[in-house]
Design a protein around this ligand. Structure first.
Ligand SMILES: Cc1cc2nc3c(=O)[nH]c(=O)nc-3n(C[C@H](O)[C@H](O)[C@H](O)COP(=O)(O)OP(=O)(O)OC[C@H]3O[C@@H](n4cnc5c(N)ncnc54)[C@H](O)[C@@H]3O)c2cc1C
Length: 472
């Protein structure tokens, strides 16, 4: 049954206070976008946005969607780069702007229970007085929500040592497509591990709101290491970056982060912040170690000695202020990339390849060639320690020919990732922009994903036009 926007809104106003049901076009406008280039190319307004205050309210809204066959899309902060939170087929968008409560922090049991609308930075601040932290640290952490992180299996520079969001989700309350509610990971469990039954928690992690809507999360937190230090090194040969990381592994050292800046990224950062004094070369690596103060002071020396064998170490930062300054610079790269090419903008498309560490130099060299062949400017950087190479494509989005060439570049980058044994997305997800690569990447396993989707959401109302089917 398809019913008109006005009648859906009035049905929803029977279950939520009227001011938390939005259906005027002007207020709906921001919900037509996220950070993806896909969403900027065509305006897709939802019919209604609701702002529930509890899991029970979310369940009531999903029941209305189920009864009326209306698409329903969960939205955190809308920082996603794949159109995930945009209603590709119209319908109801569920905003988690009011569900931002941290419900319980338990240091002894190393866990935190929170609503999905909690912003990552707020969770970090709430955990700090307990000496705890939530390790996956996306670059968008000051804005993105933990619901969005779980739904996309987000991660960041520290994934090399700590892993991705998936490793930290112990359980979740989930509203299913018929409006029923389940709790995964044990209804009353506070256990840190379990081998009881099929791991449904993992099924929902990374499912991008296509299987159910998360309304409460039980997350593992970790004791925060009190000290850290960074070694910054410049390389003349891209292949030496891999040799260094292998030298570190051979010495039994797993860095907390190993971030790569390709020469184009260094150039962009130096245009923005010349005071950083970044070295020139083919590539720059940031290697961070962490631990207790005593262990860091010895391990940073060991790392420096190993790195020096193949690179010029230009900085060793041990004071927190100096370390933060380097990280702020790294964090500004997305913005700085536009400065290198005046009149152009960075677009988020084909930006998230993840390849085996050993293949990074080959992948970057080939990607540079494809950039030249498509006559498109592109800057490379990434989470070297786990093979995640970000490519910042910089174009004038009002120029149709540049857009066409950027599309070709993005497509060839995705295919390159698969050719070298990687994945089309290390952390940003599939959403509306990578569905076409799913069969190529997953083969028969993609068909099993589709069967799971058909079982849990037989009428296809949960975030249609993403992951399982092409969006227009
Ligand atoms: C400048 C910039 C830097 C970034 N850096 C990183 C990075 O380092 N690492 C990284 O992983 N990502 C990064 N991202 C991408 C993005 O921030 C992450 O994917 C983040 O997890 C999205 O969170 P969000 O709250 O904005 O989710 P949204 O964009 O609102 O939604 C993302 C997806 O999650 C679903 N969703 C949201 N809430 C729920 C819920 N409660 N239940 C079910 N599904 C839900 C949505 O339907 C959608 O499919 C970056 C983005 C930007 C703009």
């Amino acid at each position: 049954m398809v019913i008109a926007r006005a009648s859906i809104a009035s049905r929803l106003r029977e279950i939520l206070p009227p001011d938390r049901v939005i259906d005027d076009e002007t207020t709906l406008l921001p919900y037509a976008y996220d950070a993806s280039f896909w969403s900027l190319r065509k305006r897709r307004l939802p019919d209604v946005v609701v702002v529930p205050d509890s899991g029970a309210e979310v369940a009531s809204v999903v029941r209305v969607a189920a009864e009326t066959g209306t698409p329903i899309v969960a939205r955190g902060a809308g920082t996603g780069q794949t159109g995930g939170a945009v209603a590709a087929r119209g319908g109801i968008v569920v905003s988690f702007a009011r569900m931002r409560r941290v419900l319980e922090i338990d240091r002894t049991d190393l866990q935190v229970v929170a609503e999905p609308g909690v912003v990552f930075a707020d969770l970090t601040a709430a955990l700090a007085p307990f000496g705890l932290f939530f390790p996956p640290d996306p670059g968008s952490g000051r804005a993105c929500t933990i619901g969005g992180m779980v739904a996309n299996n987000a991660s960041g520079p520290h994934a090399v040592k700590w892993g991705t969001t998936s490793a930290y989700v112990l359980g979740a309350e989930v509203v299913l497509a018929d409006g029923s509610v389940i709790v995964t990971g044990g209804e009353r469990s506070k256990a840190l591990k379990s081998s009881s039954g099929i791991d449904l928690t993992k099924l929902f992690v990374g499912s991008e709101g296509t299987l159910g809507i998360l309304t409460r999360l039980r997350l593992r937190a970790q004791p925060r290491p009190p000290a850290r230090a960074v070694v910054l090194a410049a390389y003349e040969d891209l292949d030496d970056t891999v040799r260094t990381i292998d030298d570190l592994f051979a010495a039994g050292i797993l860095p907390a982060t190993a971030e790569l800046l390709d020469r184009t990224a260094v150039e962009a950062l130096m245009k923005w912040r010349p005071d950083l004094g970044l070295p020139t070369g083919e590539a720059v690596l940031f290697v961070e170690v962490e631990g207790t103060r005593a262990s860091v002071s010895s391990s940073v020396s060991e790392v420096e000695d190993i790195v020096k064998k193949r690179a010029q170490v230009t900085q060793r930062a041990e004071e927190e202020a100096a370390i933060q300054r380097l990280w702020q610079a790294r964090g500004g790269l997305a913005a700085a990339s536009s400065l290198v090419f005046p009149g152009k903008h960075r677009i988020f498309a084909g930006e998230d390849l993840s390849v085996p560490i050993s293949e990074i130099p080959r992948a970057i060299r080939r990607a540079r060639e494809i950039g030249a062949e498509t006559r498109t400017s592109v800057i490379f950087y990434g989470h070297f320690g786990d093979g995640n190479v970000h490519s910042a494509i910089v174009i004038d989005p009002t120029d149709a020919d540049q857009v066409r060439r950027a599309d070709e570049l993005a497509d060839r980058l995705h295919r390159l990732a698969l050719e070298v044994g990687g994945t089309v997305t290390g952390e940003h997800g599939t959403g509306a922009v990578r569905q076409r690569y799913m069969a190529l990447e997953h083969g028969a396993a993609y068909e099993v994903m589709k069967r799971i989707k058909a079982t849990l959401d037989p009428h296809g109302i949960m975030n249609p036009g993403k992951l399982f089917e092409a969006a227009d």
